[in-house]
Design a protein around this ligand. Structure first.
Ligand code: C2E
Ligand code: CA
Ligand code: CA
Ligand code: CA
Length: 275
């Protein structure tokens, strides 16, 4: 038994070592990927629940890795966060998004996901101001999607930063709403423009009775506080009609459009714009 215990431990060590090695390789890869232009933003439309008009796009990061092929954010963002590489990566995303936003029609905005690690960095605000200046984008075209976790860390600082961003004209969305802890108090303390109902509630619509009640309540709450309410992960016509009828402002999900490379979006826009 002793021997097998030792073997189990060795196997465990070996597994750990491999994991650490993999993570190191990935970290180095991120750095190199940035230098070689392997990252790309895909855009997913957000549409009006009333008439289907495109209100904006969410920028979703993709990695065209030379050996691994297309890597999804879930597979490298956590590593980038732990290693601090998310700072450089996040800056790239913001700059790229602002450049793209310049060419979007005037009333169409671009949403960018901000990692809590990025938000916590002392130069976060200065970095955004620099990129706004450098790209000369109208700040109203930029929306930052943050999650509750950034609010938990340092309430005072978070409020200061969000307030300042608001003064600049940048919009703020609270992402994955309903999955955190004390969402209700956050809503009254921070100047959100938008709340995004988490996909888990949307996909449970019609299947779990509680989901319908939760979704209706979030919509009423958001509307009552003067925020726009966006539902994410809308995949079926039934979900879309339920959400519209309940007063949800905007819909996002595969039903309305999948995340697509910028060239595809540009083609769609040029086809729908009537001169
Ligand atoms: P998120 O911000 O909640 O983004 C929504 C995710 O749901 C995206 O996955 C999107 O492709 C997916 N999605 C959209 N509509 C549907 C639908 O109808 N059904 C289903 N099943 N999924 C849908 P993605 O692109 O893999 O991104 C995953 C997460 O990675 C994002 O979750 C976000 O937290 C993070 N992420 C993506 N891009 C960035 C980025 O540039 N910076 C940072 N910090 N995080 C990012
Ligand atoms: Ca998001
Ligand atoms: Ca989300
Ligand atoms: Ca999410």
């Amino acid at each position: 038994a002793k021997k097998s215990g030792r073997n189990t431990f060795r196997a465990y060590r070996k597994g750990m070592d491999e994991l650490i090695e993999k993570r190191r390789a990935l970290e180095a890869d991120i750095e190199r990927g940035l230098e070689r232009g392997e990252f790309e933003l895909y855009l997913q439309p957000r549409v009006s629940a009333r008439d289907g008009a495109i209100i904006g796009y969410e920028a979703l990061l993709r990695w065209n890795h030379p050996e691994r092929g297309m890597v999804q954010p879930g597979d490298f963002i956590p590593v980038a966060e732990v290693s601090g590489k998310i700072i450089g990566l996040g800056e790239w995303v913001l700059r790229e998004a602002c450049r793209l936003a310049v060419d979007l029609p005037p009333h169409v905005h671009l949403s960018v996901n901000v990692s809590p690690v990025q938000f916590r960095h002392p130069d976060f605000l200065a970095g955004i101001e620099a990129i706004l200046q450098e790209t000369a984008v109208a700040p109203q075209k930029l929306e930052l999607e943050i999650t509750e976790s950034v609010l938990i860390d340092d309430d005072q600082r978070a409020r200061l930063i969000l307030g300042h961003l608001k003064t600049l004209g940048v919009k703020i969305a609270l992402d994955d709403f309903g999955t955190g802890y004390s969402s209700l108090s956050y809503l009254s303390r921070y100047p959100f423009d938008v709340i995004k109902i988490d996909r888990s509630f949307v996909s449970a619509l019609g299947e779990q009775e509680t989901a319908n009640a939760i979704v209706r309540t979030i919509i009423e709450l958001g509307n009552g506080l003067g925020m726009r309410v966006v539902a994410e992960g809308v995949e079926t016509v039934e979900q879309a009609s339920y959400l519209s009828a309940a007063g949800c402002d905007e819909l996002q999900g595969y039903l309305l459009g999948r995340p697509q490379p910028v060239v595809e979006i540009a083609r769609e826009i040029s086809e729908t714009v009537v001169i």
